[in-house]
Write a protein that binds this ligand. Structure first.
Ligand SMILES: Cc1ncc(COP(=O)(O)O)c(C=O)c1O
Length: 452
C-alpha cells in the first residue's frame, strides 16, 4: 500500500522543465522570490517558483505572503504541523544547552528517545512476542536502537546489520545441518539481500541497490553485489529468491509469507517504516495493523520522528543487537541531543492512543470528503483513491502533474508519487475543515483539467 503512495522523484513538471530551460527569465524568478543564490545549487530538483518562509499548523506561507494548505507536510515529515509550540520550545531550550557532542560521549536525550521508542512499540503491540518483540531470559524486550540522520542512512545501517547477522548465522551453524554445511567455511555466502519491485528505500549506494527502479539505478550502476529483486506480492516466488544465502529482506508491505520464509532460512526481515510508520496510518507502526506473526526483526524510521529536525533510527531485535559489536557502525551527528530531544517531544504526542485514534478518524474524513469529489471521474480521469489513515493516494489514469500545478495556484500543496498517483500526507494534526477544503480544491482542479 505505502509503495503506491510513496514519493519516487519530484516529477519533471512543466514548471520544472521551464526552470531547467536555458531560456528561463531569471528576473521572473527573482520576482517570485527565488534567490539569485539558487543558481549555485546543484540542479537535481524541479521546484515551482515560490520560496517558503514560514508555517503554522497545516499552513505554510511564501515570501510574498501567499498562504498554502500543506498536504505534503515536507513529504510526510511535519507530523505535528508547522511551528508546533512544543517542538519550537524543545529546540529553543536545547539550542541554549547542547546541540552536539558526538557519540564519543553520552547525552541526556538519545537514551530517553531509545527507551521511549521501544517501550511505546512494545506497549502498543503487546500481543506480539517474536522478532523485534522477542523477550530475553529476563522477560524484558531485548530490542535496541541506533540513531542515524535520515531514512536512507537508517536503511543503509539495517542492510549492514543484516550482513553481520548473516555471517553470524552462517558460522554458528544454527541453520540446520544441510544449510550450515553448505555455508560452513565461508561466512560471506550468507550475504544476499532481497528487495521487491516498486520499492523505494533511498539514494545512497546500498539503499539504491535495493530500490529497483531503473530511473534511479541506471545512471549509477554497478550496484552493490548480492542484491536481488523479487516481484512484489508474489508469495509463490519467494522461495526462489529468499534462500539460505539470503541474510536480509527489506520491504514496505507486510506479508506473513515473507516472515515465514525468513524464519525458514534464518534471514533478517527489515520493515522500512520511514514513511508509513510513527502514526501515519493510525497506529504507531503500520505493521501493528497486521497479525502478530508478521512482525519484523528490524524497523527503520526517520521522516516524522523529530518533526523536521533531521533524524533517523534503526530499531533491532535482541538477536541482531547481540551480534553487533563496538565499532561495527557509527555516525558523527546521529543521536545528537537536539534531534533526540525533539524526538521525545514528538513521540510524546504521537504515541498517545487518542492521537492515533484521531489520525484514523481524520483518514476516514478525508476518504469520505474525497468520495463525492472523485466519483464523477472514476473509470475516466480517476482510477481510485486508496490508503490507510493519513497516508492516502489518488491514482489517475495519466500523469497528474497538471492537477498538482493547478492546486498550487489555488493554495494547496500536493506531491506526486509513482504510478500517476497524487499522495495526500498532511500533518497528522490536520483539522476536518482543512480536509474538506483540500478535497474541494482537488475537485476543482480535476474539473478544470477535464475540460481541457
Ligand atoms: C519508504 C522510504 N524509505 C526511505 C526513504 C529515504 O529517506 P530519506 O529521504 O530520509 O533518506 C524514503 C523517502 O522518501 C521513503 O519514503
Amino acid at each position: 500500500m505505502a509503495r503506491a503512495l510513496r514519493q519516487t522523484a519530484l516529477p519533471q513538471t512543466a514548471v520544472g522543465k521551464l526552470m531547467a530551460s536555458r531560456t528561463f527569465n531569471s528576473s521572473a524568478r527573482l520576482a517570485a522570490g527565488v534567490s539569485s543564490g539558487d543558481s549555485f545549487i546543484l540542479k537535481t530538483y524541479a521546484r515551482p517558483e515560490l520560496t517558503l518562509s514560514h508555517g503554522k499548523g497545516s499552513y505554510v506561507y511564501d515570501t510574498a505572503g501567499k498562504e498554502y494548505l500543506d498536504f505534503t507536510a515536507g513529504i510526510a515529515v511535519v507530523a505535528l504541523g508547522h511551528s508546533h509550540p512544543d517542538v519550537s520550545a524543545a529546540i529553543a531550550d536545547q539550542a541554549t544547552k547542547l546541540i552536539h557532542c558526538s557519540n564519543l560521549y553520552h547525552n541526556e536525550w538519545a537514551p530517553q528517545l531509545a527507551q521511549t521508542l521501544i517501550t511505546a512499540t512494545e506497549a502498543s503491540f503487546s500481543s506480539a512476542t517474536a522478532g523485534l518483540y522477542a523477550k530475553g531470559a529476563d522477560g524484558k524486550i531485548g530490542a535496541r536502537v541506533f540513531f542515524s540522520n535520515s531514512g536512507t542512512e537508517a536503511n543503509e545501517g539495517a542492510l549492514k546489520f543484516a550482513r553481520k547477522y548473516g555471517k553470524h548465522v552462517a558460522t554458528a551453524g544454527t541453520l540446520g545441518k544441510t544449510a550450515s554445511e553448505a555455508l560452513r567455511g565461508d561466512p560471506n555466502l550468507k550475504s544476499n539481500i532481497v528487495s521487491f519491485t516498486g520499492g523505494f528505500h533511498g539514494r545512497s549506494m546500498g539503499a539504491l541497490s535495493v530500490t529497483a527502479n531503473p530511473k534511479y539505478q541506471k545512471p549509477f550502476t554497478p550496484l552493490i553485489p548480492g542484491t536481488q529483486t523479487a516481484k512484489y506480492n508474489r508469495s509463490d516466488e519467494l522461495a526462489a529468491f529468499i534462500d539460505e544465502r539470503t541474510c536480509g529482506v527489506i520491504v514496505e508491505p507486510f506479508l506473513r509469507a515473507i516472515r515465514r520464509r525468513c524464519d525458514q532460512v534464518g534471514a533478517v526481515l527489515i520493515y522500512d517504516e520511514i514513511q508509513c510508520g510513527l502514526g501515519r496510518t493510525g497506529s504507531l507502526w503500520a505493521h501493528h495493523q497486521y497479525p502478530e506473526d508478521c512482525v519484523p526483526d528490524i524497523v527503520t524510521m526517520a521522516k516524522p520522528l523529530a518533526n523536521g529536525v533531521p533524524i533517523g533510527a534503526i530499531m533491532v531485535s535482541q538477536k541482531i543487537a547481540d551480534v553487533m559489536s563496538v565499532g561495527d557502525h557509527g555516525t558523527t551527528f546521529g543521536g545528537n541531543p537536539l534531534a533526540c530531544r525533539v524526538g521525545c517531544t514528538v513521540l510524546g504526542h504521537i504515541a498517545k492512543p487518542a492521537f492515533l485514534e484521531r489520525v484514523k478518524e481524520a483518514g476516514k474524513v478525508l476518504e469520505s470528503e474525497l468520495e463525492p469529489v472523485l466519483k464523477p471521474y472514476l473509470g475516466g480521469l480517476v482510477v481510485e483513491q486508496r490508503g490507510m489513515g493519513l497516508l492516502r493516494g489518488i491514482q489517475f489514469a495519466s500523469d497528474p502533474t497538471p492537477i498538482v500545478n493547478l492546486a498550487l495556484q489555488r493554495g494547496l500543496l500536493l506531491v506526486a508519487a509513482a504510478g500517476n498517483t497524487i499522495r495526500l500526507v498532511p500533518p497528522l494534526t490536520v483539522e476536518n475543515a482543512d480536509l474538506k477544503k483540500a478535497a474541494t480544491i482537488i475537485g476543482e482542479c480535476i474539473a478544470e483539467t477535464s475540460k481541457k
